[in-house]
Design a protein around this ligand. Structure first.
Ligand SMILES: C[S@@+](CC[C@H](N)C(=O)[O-])C[C@H]1O[C@@H](n2cnc3c(N)ncnc32)[C@H](O)[C@@H]1O
Length: 425
């Protein structure tokens, strides 16, 4: 069986998360899988087992669609995508492999993703849509086509959901490489409404300190490779985003924060979350504590891993002065040194610590990162490399820092988050 995962904007994080989750879902159960192709937009795998796509999609913060591939069509390098697929879409094929049985007006959408930047995609979704429509209209079907906007090649998951494409027809996905074209249909898309609810509908928000987006929290929790029913700790929990996402992923989660108002915000948010998502009692615990004494608070608990955004220092709307950056880094080094000493006291060997460090964005793709983290590795932690050498070779487009971390940033933010995973050795 072949599947394509359509990746989120920060695709390196998406792929790293996928590799962890596929390892847990497949490799750990001795079900091998193979990466067939990958780009900044999509990762294609072959697996011997049918995937539980609904469950996987709920688990993955960095994947926006899961597609089941139906065919691979050969293409010569010089051929356009529509030339390669000109005889592909036949009424019988569409009925058998793509469109859902639906008695009303059928709806289908077309999305194109590229495996190589040199491939020309402009205008192709429209041409493919015409082929498909022609084949269906000839059969006397009543259908409606949903195409990407003029300046885009693919439909956003919001559009797929709002147009009920998966219920009333299909989203047909074409993934084009240099010498082949994969054709498939979307099985599931990310539930954007639920992510929005978990972010914006909470009773308490903290715009001043900032909150980690739920999707990124999910990715970081997946990086922790927690054992089943393992307890995760966020010692800078703020208003509780990581606690909430960890519970949704099936874990018990403890949170602490130096600020009493943050803990009271977490309490209100988690009460709302518990009711909204029907969470049984006893899934979380919250305490006021400086990270420098967190081991005392949780000394009797079996913590399986730590996932925390941490304190990023002051927020800025324009690039700060060098002296300010230097001071922030010095302050944070002291904070994290104390924190990692404490973590040693409560973590088992092999446990993961996933954190964010601030990374000041100068302009697109140029940052002032936190200086050396040797003070952490000197305490007896290793930095996790999320990508084995073979996958780095297969995916030269990955964006990794020299110390194997990844950066999550947004155009409108000066303080980006560098995400690092440490292993307690
Ligand atoms: C960026 S916020 C975390 C936000 C959180 N991830 C969320 O989504 O709600 C950083 C938090 O670290 C807390 N903090 C700062 N210094 C601390 C310390 N020494 N010990 C514990 N918490 C601290 C702050 O009170 C703040 O709530």
């Amino acid at each position: 069986m072949q599947y394509a995962f359509i990746l989120g904007r920060v695709y390196t994080l998406s792929i790293a998360e996928l590799l962890v989750v596929l390892k847990e879902e497949l490799l750990n159960h001795e079900i091998p899988f193979k990466i067939l192709a990958a780009s900044e937009e999509a990762l294609i795998i072959e697996s011997e087992k049918q995937l539980d796509h609904e469950k996987l999609q709920r688990r993955l913060g960095g994947v926006i669609k899961i597609v089941k591939l139906v065919d691979v069509v050969k293409k010569r390098e010089q051929d356009s995508i529509n030339f390669a697929l000109q005889n592909y879409f036949k009424p019988s094929k569409l009925k058998k492999d793509f469109l859902k049985e639906y008695s009303g007006k059928k709806q289908f959408g077309v999305s194109l993703y590229l495996l190589d930047k040199s491939i020309k995609g402009f205008g192709e979704p429209k041409r493919l849509g015409m082929f498909i429509k022609k084949a269906l209209v000839e059969e006397g079907d009543s259908i409606r086509v949903c195409l990407p906007d003029y300046n885009s090649l693919s439909l956003a998951s919001v559009v797929v959901t709002k147009n009920l494409l998966l219920q009333k027809g299909a989203e047909i996905v074409v993934i084009a490489g240099i010498d082949r074209v994969y054709v498939g249909k979307t099985l599931v898309v990310q539930d954007f409404e639920d992510y929005g609810r978990r972010d914006y509908q909470r009773p308490v928000r903290d715009e001043k300190q900032g909150m980690i987006p739920p999707k990124v929290a999910q990715i970081m929790i997946n990086f922790a490779e927690l054992p089943k029913n393992g307890i995760v700790l966020d010692p800078f929990c703020g208003i509780g985003t990581i606690i909430q996402e960890a519970i949704l992923l099936g874990h018990k989660a403890y949170g602490s924060d130096i600020a009493r108002f943050a803990i009271s915000g977490s309490e209100k948010n988690l009460e709302w979350f518990r009711n909204r998502y029907k969470v049984p009692p006893g899934k979380y615990k919250l305490e006021v504590s400086d990270v420098a004494s967190v081991s005392k608070v949780f000394k009797d608990e079996k913590i399986a891993g730590i996932v925390t955004e941490g304190y990023l220092g002051p927020m800025y709307s324009s690039f700060p002065k060098e002296t300010e950056i230097k001071q922030n880094f010095e302050d944070l080094e002291e904070l994290w040194l104390n924190a990692f000493k404490e973590f040693k006291k409560i973590l088992p060997k092999g446990a993961h610590v996933v954190i964010c460090l601030p990374c000041y964005r100068k302009d697109t793709d140029s940052y002032v990162p936190f200086p050396s983290v040797d003070f952490i590795t000197d305490l007896g932690y290793d930095i996790e490399d999320h990508f084995p050498a073979a996958s780095k070779k297969l995916m030269p487009f990955l964006k990794l820092t020299e110390r194997k971390s990844m950066i999550y940033d947004r155009k409108d933010q000066v303080v980006a988050r560098e995400i690092l995973t440490f292993i307690n050795n």
